[in-house]
Design a protein around this ligand. Sequence first.
Ligand code: GUN
Length: 291
Amino acid sequence: MTILDGRKTSSDIKDEIAFAVKEIVAGGSRAPHLAAVIAGEDGASLTYVGSKVRACKKVGFDSTLVKLPDTVTEDELLNKVHELNNDDAIDGYIVQLPLPSHIDSQKILMAVDPSKDVDGFHPTNFGRMALNLPTYISATPHGIMELLKRYDVPTEGKHTVVIGRSDIVGKPISILMGLKTKPGNSTVTLAHSRTKNISDLIQEADIIISALGVPNFVKAEMVKDGAVVIDVGITRVKDDSEKGYKIVGDVDYENVANKSSFITPVPGGVGPMTIAMLLTNTLKAYLQRIN
Ligand code: GUN
């Protein structure tokens, strides 16, 4: 069994980006610049955005954090998006989700200039991904593909079962795994809340990608010997620690690890990869803008 170490891989990618930025800046050019917009005080979102901004600093990017109150109106948020679209100093930006419930998220995401959409959420970028055209692939599915690539995990002709059909993980990763690419070229089943006999289906999988958000959903008896197990779950479960919670994945890691050929731990698997891929997308946006 091989652990797909997202912490180490993410750190390697950040080192590669930092090296590229050093060369760019030494050559007399400005550094890449990522902006992040957050509305409201959701604890998890503030933590994620904080990590993204810190990661920018680590690789030598400039960053701007736009903090808006949870009472921000849709028009005010749209104005901010237009401002960022027109700001030549910004190469790429993200609008952290979830947004307050009175705001139509789709309306906001559709207003982001696709050339600055380093989250890859705009329909243009999602469509380009599905057609295997150059684009920005969303951080989480991109991070999974990069882990599979860097560990040379065999995927061609394998049966991949994706659990969960969210717009930002399940749906895009099911498309990416079916593309004629390496990694990819796999036969994909997308399982969701209406899927019948989901345990039987998972048992047939060579590759399991679980993005459900239900702790310990994937149990050892559901997993075929030698399966590849990718756990995208990040559920906060209350405990007695100083933080008051721990992060738990979708997979019963203790019991599933022994049966698997490759497995991602939680924490330290897919999670750290997402920031590395956001930085990768931002560097790409920067290079496209200055060239
Ligand atoms: N909320 C959870 N994941 C993400 C992400 O990848 N990007 C944004 N913008 N919001 C998120």
